[in-house]
Design a binder for this molecule. Structure first.
Ligand code: FAS
Ligand code: PHB
Length: 393
């Protein structure tokens, strides 16, 4: 028996994009449902982003879920960049007037799930075979299975927040969709360890042996990454091997301070730049990783999902509150304009900081020259700071 239900906005994907959109819509009395393929615990088990832009914080506050982030998040007013034993700081206060917030995506998603559940938000887990029907019509429908039972939802709009491997992007016909992709010839091996961070701010390291990143979640939870081969496997790396390699990629004076410990999570992420156009097809709107992927070097993945949510949420508000479609009609154009600028920064920073297998001596000299220029030039540091803390929405 198909249980027919109806809502205003059907959101596919219960990651940060879908949950933030659903909670923001709720604050304006706009009804939505979130359909998630896995479970709340599975979503929370994924260790991902760690740095939030000011725009993200403002959206979380507007959604009424900013309290724990304000209490437990770590505001950072700068970041360090090292090459060999050289290290310099990019001052966000001086060059951008805004800090970033170190607060893990896991905690963001937990806060959003708690908020949705507190208000009885419609959440369906373990959904299968999600299909978007009549996205071009006035009354799109979404069908899916839960425990083998067929369900159908009628709605005004569908928000495709189902990430890179979701169904939404592929609902847009191949002859309409244009995709751009750059796959990087390396990945990131990341670990989480219950150890104090090596420094009070993040350190991005370019070394002869490859990129490394020293990050954190709080005063006793550190997150480290080293560039690895795309063919590498987590099981090839003992904790000792990881720590030894990390020490060889960061400045000696930093390596001497590093407190190592057992990893509580270890994973390898591939790196790619990916964009889909258009981000809207009829009444289907793509949001976050469903529409674009950036290499994590610039900490922009989660933050660009937030700017998409900002444009879509305000467009839907305008539609429902003022019967004005201008915002949703401009969604794809507004979101995409910012996405390309973020793609550029993420590509630039990734190209600057990693060792490329086919890199010539000249290419490497160009990297070092660019790092020296960034180290010495205020205008270059200003451009870096303004991109890193987040371009305006
Ligand atoms: P998400 O992928 O987070 O969420 C999509 C949700 O949709 C998932 O829960 C999925 O289960 C669900 N879904 C998929 N298909 C579905 C279907 N057919 N039906 C229903 N539900 C479906 N960003 C950073 O800034 N820094 C980082 O260090 C960083 N590391 C990353 C590491 C990895 C391995 C990955 C994959 C991404 C990383 N990112 C990082 C980017 C990441 O943080 C994303 O930008 C962020 O998760 C985007 O959120 P969503 O758009 O909600 O997509
Ligand atoms: C993280 O802490 O996971 C992190 C921080 C900054 C990045 C990427 C990942 O650029």
């Amino acid at each position: 028996m198909t249980k027919k239900t109806r809502t205003q906005v059907c959101i596919i994907g219960g990651g940060p994009s879908g949950l933030l959109l659903s909670q923001l819509l709720h604050t304006r009395g706009i009804e939505s449902i979130v359909l998630e393929r896995t479970t709340r615990d599975y979503v929370l088990s994924r260790i991902r982003a760690g740095v939030l832009e000011q725009g993200f914080l403002s959206l979380m506050e507007e959604a009424g879920v900013g309290q724990r982030m304000r209490e437990q998040g770590l505001p950072h007013n700068g970041v360090s960049i090292s090459y060999g034993d050289e290290k310099f700081r990019i001052d966000f206060d001086k060059h951008a007037g805004n800090p970033v917030m170190v607060y893990g995506q896991t905690e963001v998603t937990r806060d959003l799930y708690d908020a949705r559940e507190q208000v009885g938000g419609a959440l369906e887990f373990n959904v299968e075979n999600v299909t978007i029907v009549d996205a071009q019509m006035d009354r799109p429908r979404v069908t899916y299975l839960v425990k083998g039972e067929h369900q159908e939802i009628q709605c005004d709009f569908v928000a495709g927040c189902d990430g890179f491997h979701g169904v939404s992007r592929k609902t847009i016909p191949d002859n309409i969709r244009k995709e751009y992709e750059k796959v990087y010839p390396f990945g990131w091996l990341g670990i989480l360890s219950e150890t104090p961070p090596v420094d009070h701010e993040l350190i991005y390291a370019n070394s002869e042996r490859g990129f490394a990143l020293c990050s954190m979640r709080n005063e006793n939870l550190s997150r480290y990454y080293i560039q690895c081969s795309t063919l590498d496997k987590v099981e090839n790396w003992s904790d000792t091997d990881f720590w030894d390699e990390l020490k060889k990629r960061i400045p000696r004076e930093t390596a001497q301070k590093l407190i190592t410990g057992s990893s509580i999570e270890k994973s390898i992420a591939p790196l790619r730049s990916f964009i889909t156009e258009p981000m809207r097809w009829g009444n289907l709107f793509l949001c976050g990783d469903a529409a674009h992927i950036v290499p994590p070097t610039g900490a922009k993945g989660l933050n660009t999902a937030a700017s998409d949510v900002y444009y879509l949420y305000n467009g839907l508000r305008q539609f429902y509150e003022n019967n004005d479609s201008e915002g949703i009609n401009r969604y794809a154009q507004n979101a995409m304009a910012r996405v390309w600028k973020v793609q550029r920064f993420s590509w630039w920073f990734s190209s600057l900081m990693h060792r490329f297998p086919d890199q010539s001596e000249f290419d490497h000299k160009m990297q070092i020259a660019e790092l020296e220029f960034l180290h010495s030039n205020e205008a270059a540091q200003k451009a870096m700071a303004q991109n890193y803390v987040g371009l305006p929405y």
